[in-house]
Design a protein around this ligand. Sequence first.
Ligand code: 6PG
Length: 252
Amino acid sequence: MDAAPEIVIVPDPAALAETAARAIVDTALEAVAARGRFMLALAGGATPRTTYERLAAAPLRERMPWDRTFVFFGDERAVPPEHPDSNYGMADAALLSAVPIPPAQVFRIRGEADDPEAAAAEYARTLATAFGSRRGEVPRFDLVLLGLGVDGHTASLFPGSPVLKEVFRTVAAVHATAASIPQRLTLTLPVFNAAARVIFLVSGAEKAKVVKAALSDQAPALPAAMIRPTDGRLTWVLDRPAAALLPVAEAR
Ligand code: 6PG
């Protein structure tokens, strides 16, 4: 059975970045001690940028086992890596280009590919090879970082999308009409829910309503609420404005 999510409420975006970056380092060190490597899926969107910058700066930069870290992406928009909306581009600028991670240990999704289905299949093969998965086996990330959209989407899993019913494929091409860049590639629910740890990073008052909805028991239709690792730890790190409508917010 999946456990109830752990909710961490911090004062502001700076504290959110600090808390998340420390959690990444701690999870990395535990994973390397246990399994010799750290398999990490990064989130897109704007919220994680300061977390990535924190991780790329002293003192956390020096604590991270970069030579044992393998970086993947939870989703990507249909743009080339140098495009301002590229999730890879953001992570590269804020984090990857500033740390001694071997380039061969960074696996970006080819958002710019002409054939999104082929790019999804290619990334599924990339995952299977990197994880050494057998046919039909779902990769188990040590840590997946996720964000939350105001409509309840996470990664590129949007409300009502057929991809929410995916059970076999690990990566899918999706079309999200509501998004500014509708064509996207995303890891699927079976992958997120197989992770050893998932951390949501959510900041800002505009997210308060959807945070409340996603963490209530009546939110089964929201993609973010479908993230319930079956044998893993789920943490939501929220800043106070994002947590404002939670019943627990006053108590912390
Ligand atoms: C994407 C994301 C998406 C994001 C949320 C929150 O590629 O768009 O992965 O799921 O995390 O939309 O984005 P912000 O942090 O920018 O609010």
